[in-house]
Design a protein around this ligand. Structure first.
Ligand code: GDP
Length: 302
């Protein structure tokens, strides 16, 4: 239900147009497919994905000798899920350690919803009975530490910090020691999102990762890239840049509730080959959902 609510804008955008299209055409023809392509591209589904989808639809229409546009509408959903899946396995669950500490690093530029996502995930883990600690690794942006502390208080979890401008790797070291001493299960680490200076960002992330890995072999267990769905193609550009800077194990796509172009989830998945693990569907603590392709595609057309 939450998923469906969060997709309202995109659903209204896509399904009202598709319904209108289906109502206007008596017979499925070239023009019909061209209009369909346009609608999906407008919703940021992604050029390649749309072409692949329409090719598949055309084949299916021919194979089953379909004339009725309504019947095409019904197979769009089915095909879109298939295309989304592709031959890559969708791993939307997090790599959580059964024994010992799980370390999750968050990367992403300012304003995308990184702090909010850390807060929401902390809440989710706490609800599951896990002990969570936050590491204030964005020592660069003014106010970032305080903002994380606000979320820490809201959720009721400890925040490990140093002063603004201090070395993020030192913060991580402290945070790991604290997590051990307090028997924490999950350590969620904020980082600075300085994409303007890629070399510095790369160095900083490498150093942070090295400290974590030295303390806990195999960690960080996840590096989650946070992207803002409302920025559309810009989110895609950011993702490509981050991929060059560091290994990303999953994507959190925020503010899906704030855009009519929620098709971007599919484009991101298809073009980047990184699984979308969570989507943000609002500003509240419980507005974070594990991503599920079926629910998502059905949510677009239901
Ligand atoms: P950061 O700079 O990346 O840490 O971004 P913040 O966590 O401060 O978020 C920036 C703004 O986006 C805040 O006003 C958040 O409330 C808002 N925000 C974050 N996630 C979502 C979401 O999923 N949906 C909506 N509607 N707003 C969000």
């Amino acid at each position: 239900e939450k998923f469906k609510d969060g997709l309202t804008k995109t659903r209204e955008n896509i399904s009202s147009k598709v319904n209108d299209l289906v109502a206007r055409y008596r017979k499925v023809d070239e023009d019909f497919f061209e209009e369909l392509e346009e609608i999906l591209i407008q919703a940021d589904v992604g050029f390649d994905t749309v072409l692949e989808l329409v090719d598949e639809l055309k084949m299916e229409v021919k194979r089953r000798n379909i004339q009725d546009p309504l019947a095409v509408r019904d197979i769009i959903v089915e095909k879109l899920v298939e295309i989304y899946r592709g031959d890559e396995e969708e791993i939307n669950t997090l790599n959580i350690q059964q024994d010992g500490l799980t370390v999750i690093l968050f990367v992403g530029v300012n304003g995308v919803g990184k702090t909010t996502t850390i807060g929401k995930l902390a809440y989710k883990f706490k609800q599951e009975g896990k002990k969570v600690i936050l590491a204030a690794g964005d020592t660069f942006r003014a106010g970032a530490i305080e903002q994380l502390e606000v979320w820490g208080e809201r959720v009721g979890v400890d925040v490990i910090k140093q002063s603004e401008g201090s070395d993020p790797a030192a913060v991580m070291y402290d945070a790991i020691q604290a997590a051990r001493a307090r028997h924490a299960d999950i350590l969620l680490c904020d980082t600075a999102g300085r994409l303007q200076n890629k070399v510095n960002l790369m160095r900083e992330l490498e150093k942070v990762k090295r400290v974590i890995e030295r303390e806990i072999p195999g960690a960080p267990h996840e590096v989650l890239l946070v992207l803002d769905a409302t920025t559309g193609q810009n989110a895609m550009v950011q993702a490509k840049q981050f991929k060059e800077v560091t290994d990303v194990s999953g994507i959190v796509l925020t503010k899906l509730d704030g855009t009519a172009k929620g098709g971007i989830v599919i484009a991101i998945r298809k073009e980047l080959h990184i699984p979308v693990k969570f989507v943000g569907l609002g500003e509240k603590m419980d507005d974070l959902q594990e991503f599920n392709p079926e629910q998502y595609v059905y949510g677009l057309f239901a």
